[in-house]
Design a binder for this molecule. Sequence first.
Ligand code: AHR
Length: 812
Amino acid sequence: MRKVLSTLALCTAVASASAQLNISIDGNNRGPKISPTMYGIFFEDINHAADGGLYAELIQNRSFEDDPFAPLHWSANGGATIELTAESPLNQAHQKSLRVILNGTPASVANEGYWGINAVSGQKYKLSFWAKSDRGFKGTVIAQLQTKDGKSLGSSDIALNLTDKWTRYTTTITATGNDSKAEFVFKTSDKGVLQLDVVSLFPPTFKNRENGMRPDLAQMLYDMHPKFMRFPGGCFVEGQKSPENAFRWERTIGAIEDRPGHWNVNWGYRTTDGIGFHEYLQLAEDLGAKPLYVVNVGIWHGGYTPLDSIQPWIDECMNALEYANGPVTSKYGALRAKNGHPQPFNIEYLEIGNENYNFFIDNNKDQSINYPERYKKFYDAVKAKYPGMKCIGNVEAWATDNPSWRNSYPVDLLDEHYYRTPTWFAERFHKYDSYDRKGPKVYVGEYAVTSQFGKIGNLNAALGEAVYMMGMENNSDVVALCSYAPIFVNENNVAWAPDMIRFNSSECMGTPSYYVQQLFPANIGTQVLNTKYDYKLPERKAEVQDKPSHVGLATWNTNVRYENPVYIVDGKEVKLSGLDSWDKKKGRWSADGDAVTQTSPAEGAMLIAPEAFNNKKYTYKVRARKESGAEGFLVVFNYEDKDHYCWLNIGGWGNSQGTIEQACGNGTARAQLVPTQPTVVETGRWYDLQVDVDGDYIKAYLDGKLQFEAKIQRSFMEGIYASTTIDDAHKVAYIKVVNTGEGAVPATVSLSNLKAVSATLTRLSSASGDDENTMENPRTIIPVEAPVTVSGSKIKFDVPSYSVNIIKAKLK
Ligand code: AHR
């Protein structure tokens, strides 16, 4: 097999000198109207997106609930010892507090923040905390920001006079120095025993909101001009293991000391719920975005409330809607007013469940059980009270490229999710052209390139997404909303990659995908102008070294017996070494004659034949029987090395789907070469598996029946794509041209029934599609102005390799 990524570098683009992109736009040849809600954002607390991220709180484990046994992120020095205590808790919501024992010598109790606290000279930090002492405590405590080695970066003295009643103290610290890895400490030389809880430190926030957002991160959201904000997840809505670990809105409002927080098991940390239901709604308002609330339908990862008992979940949803939309005279509307927002927030979009309608219900009980019936119960309750509410239904979130609404219940929009390769997105420029115009509208709620994205998100990923977005714009009569996912990652805690905004305690940066997400909403009209272009890809000569490759066998958390592997060239069987001499890359393999059995639960257990063949055309056959375990069979072929191989996957994804996959030269990332199809392997039954390789073309058979046909992916799909939208009221046309490959080309736009008087060109590009921004060099790939000329009805400009080009043409 040929290496995928190296192929990119080896391909020689031979753009002929006469190559020219001709784009024709006719002001009278109009397509659909652009949905006014087209581009939005999807916020989920993943990768510390909220706590330790957008939520401006600087103290980590402020309520001492992050670990039941130890005061995580806190430490004591000098004459202080600290311990968690459950005695006389602050309230029901906070069962643990910190007991501090002071022996009268200089002592300090420190918090390390979220991988450091960002002290900025001259900036004011609001401190609040609760304290008590059963035996009484009178003394002075210094609240201080300091460097790791104890140098003060600003402090404030607080006179404490503690009794056995919890009392809230507040003060302000003005920073006197800069340090992005500062810590917060309480210092004293007094003696006594006291308890602390809900210790909170806030820098200035976005729009100066109390309990608000980190300004630089919120600004990055604001700069995307989102028309809506989907929240609070994602899997975060569902929770994991227990409904207690799901987002329960009523526990997330009011004073921070009244919020218990919960385990964000899906993403591996505890959340304070400091960004609670009210803050999400407030944030949406501050961003100028319509709130789109995703509600739990009584399903969490690993369990569910039976259908006949879900009324409390429906009540919870209805109460949330009343909080957001109800009059101040209603119970929850009054609570909203008490929390500082008498005006309704006006939720117009409600998503009923997250990814809860997957295909194989038996294999995904916890995620999909009775989804249509659940949906209907929520829908009926919501529409009865809020007839104008747009209800969004779930469709298959994964394992198919063609998700569908497989029931007859009414629905306003369907939420499609796609995490795929750059090529997958670029190839689907026309995906929505053929959608039923009479069916429900589509909300592409989560999409992003998630393989072949480089380290943290490369330009290729952004280009693939950009082409897909142009396709969505062209079909905005069907696709009414879309949002990239996920948004944020704290670089110190990466649970999901890539993410479009990366940050640490003091810095933040956008990947090229972020800039596409920023550029497209800022450059969109109100109607599509059908755009014709005649560019043909230049001839490309692929200078690919065909390296010798091996065949092999693999399993994924499954015990399998494979028998009689056969390699055939020109109809003749070629001798392979005995299975006992095959190379055991991973797993527990034991050969016995013509058979071999894998018995470990390893994921990606692999056995490779020692022979390396140069054949471009061959057949590889093997028999297989599943003995036990989670999945089915993996037949390895075109194996060059651990990062470059293909396998036929039968019974993957928990024994539900099959496809042909190609390793992408990037650790364990594999691209699906063909959409997955349902395949379920029976335990104890023999299957005949066969792969025919003919150059780049692969056919795979199961029991003699053709199952998959695929083409090896040699490089990121290269091509040029153009689209146009017009804003008649403001007399502007937006022409978007994306070049996903190598080879610059001059372009001419010919206008008819339109006249341009001037134009600007904004470009996102780099020398290679593999290029990325980094925290050290965050502005390598950012939008820049580029030359464009307008004369009469012609607009001329260059389209460089690997580029997004947006022309904003002022019309007469
Ligand atoms: O965006 C990350 C996750 O992907 C979301 O939580 C979930 O909805 C999807 O599986």
